[in-house]
Design a protein around this ligand. Structure first.
Ligand code: SF4
Length: 254
């Protein structure tokens, strides 16, 4: 990694589950010398639950996990390979000294909305204090008009004030409206071969080559002509062809 990085936060993430990579602690140690914050996401299915503590000891500052339900029937519907006991076992394996670095993300949908308070109680009992409740607006189950910010606020209002709750919307734009995606403007995605990519949904640089970190400094890379041209497509309100082919969630249902 070069020294002139403008950004001090990194999300170490590939297409697969990070705990399957035996070198992941080493990656964290390398990143630690360049970045203030190092984040990753896990599905909590590591057989060796001591891995999570090894990552924190190596310098991981944020571990994101997703808990969308505490009812095994709902959990299994979306993630058949996991159960509430797997989630609980993994969280309990994390040392108390690190638990404040764990963030739970819950995506709200009609099936789990009625149990939001119970999910909050569950994670709070396990010592987690950082909870993000993510609304999907105008996508999938189209809960746009059924759940609003205040409904969610009300559902979780009686929870302990030890839990910091952030309710976030994820807005999907209708195709009939001018399209804009913030991803290539807000985050630098670098694939395993060091190419700049627009987001985590497009990872194959043979389909979109916006330049390689080995040939440009990070600042040159994000401002090179190919990257600027790609971002310009969004500035014109147009969905790039590759985004349509990729069927990322932002464009999938348009
Ligand atoms: S694939 Fe989706 S998330 Fe990625 S740049 Fe295109 S619109 Fe944005």
């Amino acid at each position: 990694m070069p020294n002139d990085l403008a950004c001090k936060d990194i999300v170490l993430q590939g297409l697969g589950e990070v705990t399957l990579n035996k070198d992941f602690s080493r990656f964290i140690k390398i990143a630690k010398s360049k970045f203030h914050s190092i984040t990753t996401t896990t599905n909590l299915m590591a057989k060796d639950t001591s891995l999570y503590n090894q990552y924190f000891d190596a310098g991981l500052t944020n571990l994101r996990i997703s808990v969308d339900a505490i009812d095994d029937k709902i959990i299994k519907k979306n993630r058949p390979e996991i159960s509430l006991s797997t989630i609980k076992k993994a969280i309990l394996a994390i040392d108390k000294a690190h638990i404040d670095k764990v963030q739970v993300i819950t995506v709200v949908h009609p099936e789990n909305f009625g149990t939001l308070r119970e999910i909050g109680e569950f994670i709070s009992q396990l010592g987690i204090t950082d909870w993000v409740i993510q609304k999907l607006v105008g996508y999938a189950n189209d809960i746009e008009n059924k759940l609003c910010h205040s409904d969610i606020e009300k559902a979780v209002s009686s929870l302990s004030n030890k839990l910091t709750i952030a309710i976030r919307g994820f807005n999907y734009v209708k195709r009939s409206e001018p399209f804009f995606c913030n991803s290539p403007f807000s985050t630098y995605f670098i694939n395993a071969d060091h190419y700049l990519m627009p987001c985590c949904h497009i990872w194959d640089h043979t389909k979109l080559d916006m330049g390689n970190l080995n040939n440009f400094s990070p600042n040159e890379l994000i401002n090179n002509a190919k990257a600027v041209a790609f971002r310009d497509t969004f500035n014109k309100g147009i969905i790039p062809e590759i985004c349509l082919e990729t069927k990322c969630p932002l464009v999938a249902e348009k």
